[in-house]
Design a protein around this ligand. Sequence first.
Ligand code: FES
Length: 125
Amino acid sequence: MDVPRDLPSPEADAAVAPVINHALKRQVLVCTAKSCAANGSEAVLDAFKARLIEENLLFYKGNRQGEIQCSHCGSVGFCAIGPAVLVYPDGIWYAHVTPEDVPEIIECHLKGGVPVARLVRKHLG
Ligand code: FES
């Protein structure tokens, strides 16, 4: 496949976006839009970040070796069953997640590779 000449090289991209070369394995998205926020999704997001930092797994400015990126996202349509939590590249969408569920999701899914079946409502792919 020919690469158009006006696109930067992978090396040039990595120079300005070094995340390209980091060892990220998963991304956790927590919906913090109106309905999920009303059901406590900010606390869920905080619980994920705190626990992932404790486990040295969170990718952030203080730990570029972390394997998991975690951030908020907008509504994904789980408004009536939120807080919604999405895990990629697995394509797992959780519903009704509480801060108390976070350690189990981290242990079983993010570390063990096995989604928490009782919270899964959608599996892409
Ligand atoms: S507000 Fe979270 S899925 Fe809609």
